[in-house]
Write a protein that binds this ligand. Structure first.
Ligand code: PSU
Ligand code: MN
Length: 313
């Protein structure tokens, strides 16, 4: 049973037992998504943002064969400062091997959802989710590189709060895949799907809610019906968005270079993120940090709204 491998931090366990709001946070963005020291700063700032909203944060990672829900400061620091390459990236298909291997592993959106659900958590915040990679389904040699995050959203009942699918992905195909998987994609506060680096993706969001309360009403029913997960998209704050041409040029170039360098599989997303950071002279990292913290704040508000509904319902 997964519960045998799960270690829930005392503060998180106490909150869950008292039906107080809890928000899960992932750790791949700490180990593979951002460089030190920004990764540690964002991990701490996201936890603080969840707390400011009135919820308890539970950063999820793997250590020595255990799934941890809730990391203390020492653990966060160990993960953030681990030498490059020493931390595995654990998704659903690589979760067992990461548990078997011992040592640290970071959990992606899919693996974090599995652990968070096992712990009894309903809300999870991140920056970007995995999706249908560009070139996965079209072109002369389709790679079929489709993140296990999408299937996980279809099966595991949790609300994942993100800043919209990143344009390193094939966004229309990612939306179609989510629809096929039965995942409601709900944007808060605007009709357009946000595009991670900017508030606009050029595509309408499948669903929209004016505010967190509206999202909570939809999410509660979807979770109660056992229909799997919900993807909530929160536009990056206006002041933090990257100029559209800067983001686009960096992404196009990074993708071309990744292809030329033969990067593929789980290495693709971390490689692209690091290259985009170089190409934008760190601007992508600053905005990535800001939007993750913003998502954590909104996820905290959502967890609070859901737990108020528990009492009233
Ligand atoms: N997108 C980002 N930053 C990230 C990730 C995605 O903007 O750090 C991470 C998340 O942990 C996500 C994972 O679950 O990458 C997806 O990896 P893949 O594409 O290999 O499934
Ligand atoms: Mn992949």
């Amino acid at each position: 049973m997964i519960g045998d491998r799960l270690v829930v931090a005392p503060e998180v366990a106490a909150a869950l037992a008292a039906r107080r709001p809890v928000v899960a946070l992932e750790s791949t963005l700490i180990s593979h998504g951002l460089p030190y020291p920004q990764n540690l700063e964002v991990a701490r700032a996201s936890e603080a943002a969840v707390r400011e909203s009135g919820a308890v944060p539970a950063t999820v990672a793997i250590r020595d064969g255990r799934l941890l829900a809730g990391l203390d400061e020492t653990a966060l620091k160990a993960l953030a400062t681990a030498p490059a390459g020493s931390v595995r990236k654990a998704a659903r298909p690589s979760l067992a091997v990461a548990l078997a291997a011992g040592g640290w592993a970071a959990t992606t959106v899919s693996a974090t959802m599995i652990a968070a659900h096992a712990a009894g958590i309903r809300v999870f915040a991140t920056g970007g989710i995995g999706g249908v990679h560009r070139g996965a389904i079209g072109g002369p040699a389709p790679t079929l590189d489709i993140s296990s995050d999408l299937e996980e959203l279809g099966r595991t009942p949790l609300v994942v709060v993100c800043a919209g699918p990143k344009s390193i992905l094939d966004i229309p195909a990612t939306l179609e895949y989510l629809e096929t998987s039965g995942v409601p994609v709900v944007t808060i506060g605007q009709a357009e799907l946000p595009g991670f680096y900017s508030r606009s993706s050029g595509l309408p969001s499948p669903l929209t809610s004016p505010n967190v309360a509206g999202l909570a009403a939809i999410a509660r029913i979807h979770l109660e019906l056992g229909l799997g997960g919900v993807l909530a998209c929160v536009p990056v704050p206006e002041s933090e968005a990257l100029p559209a041409d800067v983001a686009r040029d960096a992404i196009e170039r990074a993708i071309r270079e990744a292809e030329a360098a033969g990067i593929h599989g789980p290495a693709t997303t971390p490689w692209l993120l690091a290259r985009i950071a170089e190409l934008t002279a760190g601007a992508s990292i600053r905005m990535n940090t800001a939007l993750i913290v913003n998502d954590a704040r909104v996820a905290g508000e959502l967890a609070v709204a859901l737990s108020i509904g528990d009492v009233e319902g």
